[in-house]
Design a protein around this ligand. Structure first.
Ligand code: CO
Length: 188
């Protein structure tokens, strides 16, 4: 499948609001290939030369509905820091990931979120959980995994998993008070 800024489903297409179904495991050859292509997109999208050449918009994640497939598949590459402040690259090719627990503490990106499927600017805080535990099958490690994510990674995972429900980041922005904050929230 050709995945680029042209072929990615935008929020002007009602398909982006549809729910995605779990896939069967072990992954079919077709699902595995799609997940690898999605991962490749995310990887290539942050390579300036490739992004320009292949019309890729930089991204940290992509979900299958964004390429028109209603399946619970998502690929994520997040550069962050671990709790000791060392740089770390979190990479996942997930099938059927589920949030099994969420912190009471909230977090949001001060600059707001973006999405490959959203062209128009939507400024404002998207208030999410600061920590989530996600369980699912990861094709990179080729096994079921548990991700204990905090901060930026937690936000990216919540954003991507929302795509399975047809939810977009700006659904959470309070139109009355887009820059609203929450006591004790982690600001990233
Ligand atoms: Co998105």
């Amino acid at each position: 499948m050709l995945i680029n800024n042209e072929t990615i489903i935008k929020d002007t297409d009602p398909l982006i609001r549809e729910k995605s179904d779990p896939v069967s495991l072990p992954l079919s050859a077709e699902d595995e290939q799609l997940l690898r292509e999605m991962f490749q997109y995310v990887q290539d999208s942050t390579d300036e030369e490739k992004a320009k050449k292949f019309n890729l918009r930089p991204a940290v994640g992509i979900s299958a509905i964004q390429v028109g497939v209603r399946k619970q598949l998502t690929a994520v590459i997040v550069d962050d820091y671990d709790k000791n402040g060392n740089p770390v690259k979190y990479q996942y090719m997930l099938a059927n990931p589920k949030i099994v627990s969420s912190s009471v503490q909230k977090a949001y990106l001060n600059a707001g979120e973006g999405c490959l499927s959203v062209v128009a600017p939507h400024e404002g805080h998207v208030i999410r959980s600061a920590r989530v535990t996600v369980k699912g099958f990861d094709l990179i490690q080729n096994k079921n995994i548990t991700i204990r994510a905090r901060g930026y990674l937690a936000i990216v995972l919540q954003h991507e998993l929302d795509h399975f429900k047809g939810t977009l980041f700006y659904d959470y922005i309070d139109p009355e008070n887009p820059e609203k904050t929450v006591d004790g929230a982690m600001v990233i």
